[in-house]
Design a binder for this molecule. Structure first.
Ligand code: MG
Length: 256
């Protein structure tokens, strides 16, 4: 009870601190629109850091033979990651010519940077694969000493609970599915409400409810200045943005 009360206080401080500074800006799949970049490439991570993004988001899958790799879609160049071995997956190229990064390569590149990491573990077809993906991903983040700079996302409802168990109460875990009310996320272990802007526009009361429970509120994915403005006006705590530079500039002009 005592611990829960302490955590609630800390989470409330985090949520209210954001009001003074505007939403934290996360580059969605890195800064991938720049020349020579590509979604989820190491280049996109380096570029996100170079523009001063608060955080950079990326997605991971587990191959059939148990290698954690970085990619958004379940397939790459027609190769299904979960059902193929790593030699086949790693032979694929990203749009900018980079090899598909392993999570280890990605974390090694992230280590000397400042940007925080928003690590999405994709919902796998097989529960056993997903469980292994979560445990092995968390272990790799620890191996690279990035626990304090990493936050986690998954659409998987089982995965969210497993992540909270694996990580303990203080590591931020964000649920993007859009179908839990704030009180449910609170009871699942202080999971952040991280929803599409269309969902929050239908339920703006969830922002106030979440904040009153000490639950941070995030939005995915910002594509226009108008969407960013809505998030600023409605005191959203963090946004994943496809226009991170513009998003940061709006905060700077209006708040900081
Ligand atoms: Mg993602």
């Amino acid at each position: 009870m005592k611990l829960a009360a302490i955590f609630l206080t800390a989470a409330t401080v985090l949520a209210s601190a954001a009001y003074a500074t505007g939403p934290t800006v996360i580059a969605h799949r890195g800064l991938w629109q720049a020349p020579g970049s590509a979604q989820n490439s190491i280049r996109s991570l380096l570029l996100a850091d170079s523009i001063g993004s608060d955080a950079s988001e990326f997605d991971v899958w587990r191959t059939k033979d148990g290698l954690i790799i970085v990619n958004h879609d379940k397939t790459i160049n027609g190769v299904d990651i979960e059902s193929c071995t790593s030699d086949v997956v790693l032979a694929q190229k990203l749009e900018n010519g980079e090899n598909v990064p392993t999570l280890e390569e990605y974390l090694a590149a992230a280590k000397p940077l400042k940007t925080r990491l928003i690590l999405e573990i994709k919902a796998h077809n097989h529960n056993s694969n997903e469980r292994a993906a979560i445990k092995e991903t968390v272990a790799l983040v620890k191996k690279y000493g990035l626990e304090d700079r990493t936050e986690y996302v998954t659409f998987s409802k089982n995965g969210i609970l497993l992540l909270r168990d694996e990580l303990g109460p203080e590591v931020p875990v964000h649920y993007p599915g859009g179908d839990y009310i704030p009180a449910q996320l609170k009871s699942m272990g202080d999971i952040s409400l991280y929803y599409k802007i269309t969902v929050l526009k239908k339920h703006p009361e969830w922002i106030r409810e979440a904040h009153s429970l000490g639950i941070p509120v995030g939005v995915w994915t910002i594509n226009t200045p108008e969407e960013m403005q809505w998030c600023i006006d409605n005191k959203v705590d963090f946004v994943t943005s496809n226009i991170p530079e513009k998003s940061m500039q709006m905060i700077k002009t209006q708040i900081k």
